[in-house]
Design a protein around this ligand. Structure first.
Ligand SMILES: Cc1cc2nc3c(=O)[nH]c(=O)nc-3n(C[C@H](O)[C@H](O)[C@H](O)COP(=O)(O)OP(=O)(O)OC[C@H]3O[C@@H](n4cnc5c(N)ncnc54)[C@H](O)[C@@H]3O)c2cc1C
Length: 402
């Protein structure tokens, strides 16, 4: 970084390259800094529920190591074997279990980073509270490599739940499914995960759904109960009751560990299955208040229809987070242009429903220049001033997150 800063050369940090916003792509040249060889576990204190890892350690490795020691690192963005802790921090990644446990930032107590013009700083550490200075740690979390390069982090861990029991409920339509989601939350139940797929997204992946599915599915809810065996069993029964209140077509509740793992593996593959329908997809990860989720799901399909495109969505329902995708043939320029227009309408929809244009993937390059849609000029001015304070020459991942 010091060399690049002295010679006015842009730098782009790159973790596992699984981000969905083009954030790790060097758009106007420069040096790509790969973190893949920073793979040391610097410290692991299972009895103190904490781990100090370098930025290139994968999410999967942290989760495995924690698990082998009776602990749990909850953030679980899809591609766990490839995404890195540094990338997860830079995007403040979420995942299905963020509903109960929160996103990556909730599990980071300290960050070591290189900041322009080439200084190594450490904010926070193996401590659970820190109220001394401004919260620079939280500024770095989710900054998409535009403020500093994360080199290591202290992670907070949690004792592993003894058991996790999912429930899958199939509905005829979005209205029933979204009412069922509100029935779960309104009953005061706290599932570890609360996910949904609309009819189109489910159809794309239905062929490999473990155990087969009913016909004419219009909406699917996946909820998971966790805790001690007794807690998980009791909560699952309550989840089944809440989900049955909206007359589902069927409800499945797998028990065996292998079946539970198969279900989540299937869920991880939904994005790829949707992409395979037409060979490509133009996607967004908008977020809306939970009570507007059903409306957003239906409106995304309608936006697609207005642009002559099939549109589907799925995502982290409990967090109101939709992965809304317009299905395209990537080689058809005219279709791609229509999909871009549809995506713009999707952003406008999120803002109109009091939501945000990005719930978890960030703005990166794909959503560049969109922040003005949801923030007033004064807030944007502060945002830009923070960037200028960290990176006065605008060399660190330029053009992203704005
Ligand atoms: C199948 C699939 C499912 C996914 N599911 C989810 C999901 O449920 N929730 C979710 O939030 N995301 C999800 N993602 C997106 C992605 O996995 C996450 O955003 C992931 O955390 C990115 O990590 P990475 O190491 O691959 O980062 P990269 O893609 O390499 O980089 C992402 C951004 O972070 C910056 N960056 C990377 N490393 C560093 C570093 N050490 N210091 C500073 N900046 C850095 C890059 O410059 C870029 O801007 C999914 C992706 C895939 C492919």
């Amino acid at each position: 970084m010091r060399w690049c800063y002295e010679h006015d050369v842009a730098l782009v940090p790159r973790g596992g390259g699984t981000g969905y916003a083009g954030g790790a792509v060097p758009i106007d040249g420069g040096v790509v800094i790969s973190l893949e060889r920073l793979t040391r576990i610097r410290a692991f204190d299972p009895l103190l529920w904490r781990m100090h890892v370098e930025a290139g350690v994968t999410t999967g490795e942290v989760r495995r190591l924690a698990r082998e020691n009776g602990l749990f690192f909850p953030p679980d963005p899809g591609a766990t074997e490839q995404s890195q802790i540094g990338g997860n921090i830079a995007t403040n990644a979420g995942g299905p279990h963020a509903f109960k446990y929160g996103v990556t930032g909730a599990w980071i107590t300290g960050i070591e980073a290189v900041v322009p013009p080439g200084d190594l700083i450490e904010v926070g550490g193996p401590i659970r509270k820190d109220q001394a200075g401004y919260d620079l740690k939280s500024l770095l979390i989710g900054s998409e490599g535009t403020l500093g390069i994360v080199t290591a982090a202290w992670l907070r861990l949690h004792p592993a739940p003894e058991m996790a029991l999912p429930v899958v409920a199939f509905y005829e339509n979005t209205a029933q499914g979204s009412d069922a989601l509100q029935a779960v939350v309104g009953s005061g139940l706290v599932p570890a995960a609360l996910e949904y797929l609309d009819g189109g997204a489910f159809a794309a992946a239905a062929g490999s759904f473990p155990g087969g599915a009913p016909d004419a599915v219009g909406f699917v809810v996946i909820a998971e109960a966790d805790g001690t065996a007794a807690e998980a069993t009791a909560l699952r029964a309550e989840l089944v009751e809440a989900l049955e209140s909206e007359s589902p077509l069927a409800v499945r509740a797998p028990d065996a560990t292998a079946d539970v793992e198969e279900l989540w593996r299937w869920r991880d593959g939904v994005s790829i299955a949707v992409g395979a329908v037409r060979g490509g997809k133009v996607g967004e990860d908008i977020v809306v208040p939970l009570d507007r989720l059903g409306e957003a799901v239906e409106e995304i399909v309608a936006i697609g229809q207005r642009h002559g495109l099939d549109a589907v969505s799925w995502g982290h329902a409990g967090d109101g987070n939709l992965h809304a995708n317009f299905l395209v043939d990537l080689t058809n320029a005219e279709e791609m242009a229509r999909a871009e227009e549809a995506a713009e309408e999707g952003f406008a929809l999120a803002v109109r429903l009091n939501g945000s244009i990005s719930g978890e993937h960030g703005l990166g390059w794909l959503k560049r220049g969109q922040l003005h849609r949801q923030w007033a000029p004064a807030a944007l001015g502060l945002h830009n001033a923070i960037k200028a304070t960290f990176d006065p020459k605008n060399l660190l991942n330029p053009g992203k997150k704005r």
